[in-house]
Design a binder for this molecule. Structure first.
Ligand code: RFL
Ligand code: PHB
Length: 390
């Protein structure tokens, strides 16, 4: 069989790329290792930048997002019981929208199902060949039967543990990494959120975050040491720890209940360079990871595939290679800006090994500067809302 582009991975990056290309009559096949239900069951990101929303609009999948997305004008940051609100709208005239990654994925899957485009779920043993030449081939096994697809290009959208990046010869790639000695324990609960906006909290015992999925469903996180097990965190222990890390008002307003999902995500910063190897392009978590503190992962995945779709459309419609040649450097400029911001926000809000008495005073000084300086607060607002487009 043959197609124009094989996309590996049906996460938000792969599905959005498929949709943007489909809208221009470019044929794609998506190969996904997991089942559809498994992909939809993963609870991940919650905050969308304006640029991501514009891209979802362009893809024609933003109707439900427009209806159900919660527009937030700002966020709050707490430090040792004090809280400060950063009003993005007043500072720089921008907002963010809270709409779960699960919902984005759902909308993209529905749109793909309604089109003629092919998606193969539970595709095993996916392997990539010949992308350094002119005729790449992707092989996979489905229900015990081997298949091969010849194509013009391969898009590696298969996340951090995928096969695409691993298929590149190590000498052709440079990687940059920082692994943090802690993770985020997240809980989803069918209770109204503690506040209308997100609260990021720095407490002596560690970081906490109050987020949400809807006016009746909340998402909370606490920093836990690396290697911690979900089984060691019964709901009562989680709520007690979260309460401890919030200011008095928030901890009083917190409505607890039985968790409907609970998981631990490790924190990591990672970038692979470049993002193109002949006829293979990497996008999203396959190429880079940010710690979730800056809410950038999904937004970066979206901006990567927006740029990649433009480049591929330019190739098929105008015969020009220019966009494809520029893709890696264009996308990486935005990636590194988000890496910087996510690393910085992580380092000022978490308890790190270097957070001794000096480190804690520095964190406090960062918080005070953000509170007192309009230019510092505006720079924070620009980075959080994603004004930088590369
Ligand atoms: P994904 O979502 O990991 O999808 C990759 C897909 O590829 C499949 N796959 C394979 N398919 C075929 N063959 C193989 N060999 C394969 N190997 C893997 C996988 O099954 C999967 O379906 O990557 P993508 O599309 O690049 O999307 C990236 C985002 O998922 C990620 O960046 C965000 O979730 C990060 N993130 C957040 N980002 C935000 O923008 N805002 C947030 O508020 C935010 N919060 C978060 C987050 C991530 C978190 N975790 C769990 C890491 C909060 C958390 C807790
Ligand atoms: C979430 O709602 O899951 C969420 C929100 C903000 C973050 C990370 C995760 O920075």
């Amino acid at each position: 069989m043959r197609t124009q582009i094989v996309i590996i991975g049906a996460g938000p990056a792969g599905l959005l790329l498929g949709r943007l290309l489909d809208n221009h009559g470019i044929e794609t096949v998506i190969l996904e290792r997991r089942s559809r239900d498994h992909v939809l069951g993963r609870i991940r990101a919650g905050v969308l930048e304006q640029g991501t929303i514009e891209l979802l609009e362009r893809a024609g999948v933003a109707q439900r997002l427009r209806r159900e997305g919660l527009v937030h004008d700002g966020v709050e940051i707490g430090f040792d019981g004090e809280r400060h609100r950063f009003d993005f709208k007043a500072l720089i005239g921008r907002t963010v929208t809270v709409y779960g990654q699960t919902e984005v994925t759902h909308d993209l899957m529905d749109a793909r199902d309604a089109s003629a485009a092919r998606t193969v779920y539970e595709a095993e043993d996916v392997s990539l060949q010949g992308f350094d030449g002119t005729s790449p081939v992707v092989r996979y096994v489905k229900d015990g039967v081997g298949h091969a697809i010849g194509c013009d290009f391969i898009a590696g959208c298969d996340g951090f543990h995928g096969v695409s990046r691993a298929s590149v010869p190590p000498q052709a790639m440079k990687t940059f990494e920082r692994v943090y000695p802690f993770g985020w324990l997240g809980v989803l609960v069918e209770r109204p959120p503690v506040s209308d906006e997100l609260i990021y909290s720095n407490h002596e015992s560690g970081f906490a975050l109050c987020s949400m999925r809807s006016p009746t469903r909340s998402r909370y996180y606490v920093q836990v040491p690396a290697g911690e097990k979900v089984e060691d965190w019964p709901d009562d222990r989680f709520w007690e720890e979260l309460r401890r890390r919030l200011d008095r008002e928030a901890s009083q307003l917190l409505q607890t209940g039985p968790s409907i999902e609970k998981s631990i995500a490790p924190l990591r910063s990672f970038v692979a360079e470049p993002l193109r190897f002949g006829r293979l392009f990497l996008a999203g978590d396959a190429a880079h990871i940010v710690p979730p503190t800056g809410a950038k992962g999904l937004n970066l995945a979206a901006s990567d595939v927006g740029m990649l779709a433009d480049a591929l459309i330019e190739f098929y419609e105008e015969g020009s290679h220019a966009g494809m040649d520029r893709y890696s450097s264009r996308a990486l400029a935005r990636v590194w800006d988000a890496e910087r911001f996510s690393w910085w926000m992580t380092s000022i809000l978490h308890r790190l090994p270097e957070t001794d008495a000096f480190g804690r005073r520095i964190q406090r000084a960062e918080f005070d500067r953000l509170r007192r300086s309009v230019s510092a607060a505006s720079a924070f607002a620009e980075s959080y809302t994603g004004i930088f487009s590369g």
